[in-house]
Each structure stands twice: as structure tokens, then as C-alpha cells.
Design a protein around this ligand. Structure first.
Ligand code: TRP
Length: 366
């Protein structure tokens, strides 16, 4: 049986989360109320790109309506390779501003910066001590990144990265962790570590489930439509950034690589360029791919590009404007993040205290 090639992107629905086995959460305070979801996105550049936005952020915005949602910016993870401190600060604020401008409501969700909640690093240590060297060295992301840096000079932080990520998750006892498929191995390690701690020290952690949007709006590079849209592409021309000026965005769409032939049709194999444009079009307008194919019968690639450029600019401009407004007042942005960190700590601190006590550490008097 062949799969239809234009299945609409699958987004995480409340049913996905509720269908998860939550039997190991029954003893927790608040069990039976709203289910909890947590995710983070690394600030890898100055602006989120369209893949980050359509592939993750749009989903988070939906998730926050139904769940007790925690979203954070993993700035501790950002220094596993050497960084300029000012650039880290700048990217952290930029990312926060784009999350809010893109629809994360800091009143509905808990939005925070990882380094402002010291419990992450504190729990990570305990988890590192429970992870085998071989287990850590088997992580494919570690192997790739260490190979790139040269294994001898790569920082130990690269090896420790997944245990810090496990700490990020386990501190909040979420049921679900919506992440890209590339994070699957890290989520599996998180589950293993949670179970290991629970079996050594008694029920402590919820064992979380990863949610991997199967066909989630997967966005490809406009110049190399078989490669995922990514900051690390050799040319920026294939990227659409949330903070770019609208005319840059329009120009990049109009110069996107298309395919042989003239027919506007979704076919990932034969027409990766046009298919990518159709996916983006569907995702920014909520029109379906078949509907779009129908609308462009007898029209040329150029028509599609002109209309798509307009649709993308229309969707992104308010986000860009709002993000720039937020960035204009960094003190207010910092205040919002500070508030988020306080809410996060209120959840994380008692979990860490339980872990520390079960690990044999004396209880501090204050
Ligand atoms: N490793 C994730 C990424 O690169 C970011 C991340 C860090 C994360 N900690 C997390 C995601 C905890 C989900 C939960 O995308």
C-alpha cells in the first residue's frame, strides 16, 4: 500500500497526550488535573527560522491551551561549544521575544531560561553519576559533535549534554515532551534514568513520553529542498528567519529552487522544491495541500512563489513587529523571564530536594 504523499501534517493533539500511560503519576500532587508538557529549543542563532516556527513553536502555542505547559530556553546547553557571552545573552533574549511574539503567553505557560533555575545543573550532576560512560558515548549527537570538534579537544559538556536534558525534563514531572525526532535518543535516555533512579531509591520521577510529530510541518532549505532548513546551511539564502525584513523573506521565496516540469504538484521524490513550497503554504495559511494543488492547476511555479511570498510575509510580519517591540524594552522582557523562573523553581525545587535527600545528602537548614 502506498502512503498518500499529501497527508496533512500531524500536530500533537490533546488526545495524544491523554492517551499516554499516566499510571506512574497517580501519587503526584495535582494528578488528575491538567496534564503537563515541557519542551525547550536551543537558541542557535539570532533569529528562529521558519522550520523552528512551523515545526515546533506553532505546536507549543496549541499545547499551552490544553496543558500545564513549561517552555524554556536551554542556555546552559548553548555553551557546550565555546561561545561569546554577549552573543549568548543576546540570543537568549531574542529567542524569548520570538516565543512570546509567536504566541507563547507567559501567563498561561511557564516560560523561563534554564540558567535561572539552578536546580537543572544540580539534578544533572546526580544523573551524570548514574549514567554509564558507554551509555553516554553511544549518543549519536555526541558522536557527531565530538567528531566535528576532534574527540580530544571536545568539551566534556558535549558528553554531559543528554544528562542535563534529562534533568530539564525530570524536574518538572511532565507526561509529554514534544520534540523533534533528532531528540528521540535523549528522551529514551531520560526515561531510562528516571526508571533507574526510581528502582534504586523508590518512586520519584514520572517516566515521560516523547511526542514526535510524525509528518509535523517539516520545512526544507529553499535552495537545497532535500535538506532540513537549518542555521548551519552553507548559504543563508535557503533560510526564512522570523526577524528578517519582509522584503528579504519575499526575495528568498521568489528565488527558491524549483524542479523540472511545470506542474504544481506535491511529490517529495520528484518535486522536492515545489513540495516544500506547498508544505510551507499549507502551514502558514491552514489551506490543505490538495486544495492548493487544485488552485494552481494550469498556473506556473512563479505564480505559486508570488502568492506564497505574500502569505508568508503576512503571517510573519506581526510576529516580527511584536518581537522587535519586546526587544526594545529588555528590562520588561527580563522581568517576564524572571517571573517565569520563579514559577519554574517552585516546581523544580521540591523535586530536587526529594532527589537530594534520597541520594543521602543532608538537608540544608535554609
Ligand atoms: N536538546 C534539545 C534540542 O536541541 C533542546 C532541549 C534541551 C530540550 N533540554 C530539553 C528539549 C528538554 C526538550 C526537553 O532541540
Amino acid at each position: 500500500m502506498t502512503e498518500p504523499t499529501h497527508r496533512p501534517p500531524r500536530r500533537i493533539s490533546p488526545a495524544d497526550v491523554l492517551a499516554q500511560d499516566t499510571s506512574n503519576t497517580a501519587h503526584l500532587p495535582g494528578a488528575g488535573t491538567k496534564h503537563r508538557v515541557l519542551s525547550g529549543m536551543q537558541p542557535s542563532g539570532d533569529s528562529l527560522h521558519l522550520g523552528n516556527y512551523l515545526g515546533a513553536l506553532v505546536n507549543w502555542v496549541k499545547v499551552q491551551e490544553e496543558f500545564d505547559a513549561f517552555f524554556f530556553i536551554p542556555d546552559l546547553h548553548a555553551i557546550t561549544t565555546p561561545q561569546d557571552p554577549e552573543a549568548v545573552r543576546h540570543r537568549t533574549r531574542n529567542t524569548a521575544a520570538q516565543f512570546i511574539a509567536g504566541g507563547i503567553d507567559p501567563e498561561k505557560s511557564v516560560l523561563f531560561v534554564q540558567s535561572q533555575v539552578p536546580e537543572h545543573a544540580q539534578l544533572a550532576w546526580v544523573l551524570m553519576c548514574m549514567t554509564g560512560m558507554g551509555e553516554a558515548e553511544r549518543m549519536t549527537q555526541f558522536k557527531d559533535k565530538a567528531a566535528k570538534q576532534g574527540t580530544e579537544s571536545a568539551g566534556v559538556g558535549l558528553l554531559a549534554y543528554p544528562m542535563l536534558m534529562a534533568a530539564d525534563i525530570l524536574l518538572y514531572q511532565p507526561h509529554g515532551v514534544p520534540v523533534g525526532d533528532d531528540q528521540r535518543q535523549h528522551v529514551e535516555l531520560t526515561r531510562d534514568l528516571a526508571q533507574r533512579f526510581n528502582s534504586r531509591h523508590g518512586e520519584t520521577f514520572v517516566v515521560p513520553s516523547g511526542f514526535y510529530p510524525e509528518n509535523g510541518a517539516r520545512i526544507y532549505d529553499l535552495q537545497h529542498p532535500t535538506a532540513k532548513m537549518s542555521k548551519s546551511a552553507d548559504s543563508p539564502n535557503g533560510l526564512i528567519n522570523l526577524l528578517d525584513e519582509p522584503k528579504v523573506t519575499a526575495k528568498r521565496i521568489k528565488s527558491a529552487v524549483t524542479d523540472d516540469g511545470t506542474e504544481v504538484r506535491f511529490d517529495r521524490e520528484a518535486k522536492p522544491g515545489v513540495s516544500n513550497l506547498l508544505s510551507i503554504f499549507a502551514a502558514v495559511t491552514d489551506r490543505s495541500i490538495p486544495e492548493l494543488e487544485e488552485a494552481y492547476v494550469g498556473k506556473m511555479y512563479g505564480h505559486l512563489k508570488v502568492d506564497l511570498a505574500e502569505a508568508v510575509v503576512e503571517r510573519l510580519t506581526p510576529i516580527r513587529t511584536r518581537a522587535l517591540e519586546l526587544l526594545d524594552d529588555p528590562a520588561e522582557l527580563d522581568r517576564l523571564l524572571d517571573h517565569g523562573a520563579a514559577k519554574a523553581r517552585a516546581v523544580a525545587a521540591p523535586v530536587l530536594a526529594e532527589v537530594y535527600s534520597k541520594s543521602g545528602f543532608l538537608t540544608p537548614s535554609r
